[in-house]
Write a protein that binds this ligand. Structure first.
Ligand code: SF4
Length: 241
């Protein structure tokens, strides 16, 4: 049995490894498909659906980050239907989350002609910023629930399992178990979640304080004080025998 398949991507005939996803196959011939929740070092989950493509004969659009190539497949990575779907996804994101610090997403929104006000009456996600440690802040108003931070904290990298989803449906949010402050969770402050977050919902504390206008020596003092406070040993009580 052969290990390669022949297919067409945007009318271009290609031959590639049968185990590739459509996204990988497209990339191998220089065709870029937009992605958001996908990350090269995370398990693909097809959550955001921005990478959908049209596959001839398929009833619905297909998420190219998880769908594998197959013999004789005919794929269109952009056409009216695909572009309309991407535009709508971006409009929904714009209506619910603060994307002001996500230049890549804003560029994508502009490229697809996404209308900021299409869902103007939608309820915005506006949880308060969480500042519970000296290393980073969590501003879930900017979160698009891409799941990357959860994955790198778990099996994709760190195996710390400090964060996961809480809530259901529209009220889903990333959180620690029992919503405990991060220093009381299994977080090891490796910072990998910050590295993969596409929206700056997770931000180094020092960067956040700089943006608020604090001077670097003030920041050093503030974060050092916090660390000392957190690491101060509790008073030992005498043991009654
Ligand atoms: S905090 Fe960032 S990485 Fe985590 S789910 Fe939200 S947007 Fe994605």
């Amino acid at each position: 049995m052969t290990d390669t398949v022949k297919l067409k991507i945007n009318q271009q005939e290609i031959e590639c490894d049968k185990d590739l996803t459509i996204l990988q196959a497209a990339k191998s011939v220089g065709v870029t498909i937009p992605t958001i929740c996908y990350h090269d070092h995370c398990t693909s989950n097809a959550l955001c659906r921005i990478c959908v493509v049209e596959v001839k004969g398929a009833r619905t659009l297909v998420a190219s980050c998880v769908a594998k190539v197959s013999e004789g497949m005919e794929v269109e990575t952009y056409n009216e239907r695909v572009n309309r779907s991407r535009k709508t996804i971006l409009e929904m994101m714009l209506s619910t989350s603060d994307l002001s610090q996500s230049p890549e997403l804003l560029e994508m929104a502009s490229e697809y002609g996404a209308n900021n006000d299409r869902f103007g009456d939608a309820e915005r996600r506006s949880p308060s910023l969480i500042d519970d440690n000296s290393m980073f802040v969590r501003d879930y108003e900017k979160c698009i629930l891409c799941w990357r931070c959860v994955q790198v904290c778990a099996e994709d990298a760190q195996y710390a399992f400090a964060i996961n989803f809480k809530g259901r449906g529209y009220h889903t949010q990333i959180s620690t178990f029992y919503e405990k402050p991060l220093p009381e969770s299994s977080c090891v402050f490796c910072g990998q979640c910050i590295g993969v977050c596409p929206t700056e919902a997770l931000k180094p504390k020092r960067q956040w304080l700089l943006e608020l206008g604090y001077e670097s020596d003030q920041i050093m003092q503030m974060t050092r004080n916090e660390r000392n406070k957190k690491t101060k040993k509790p008073q030992t009580s005498s043991v009654v025998k």
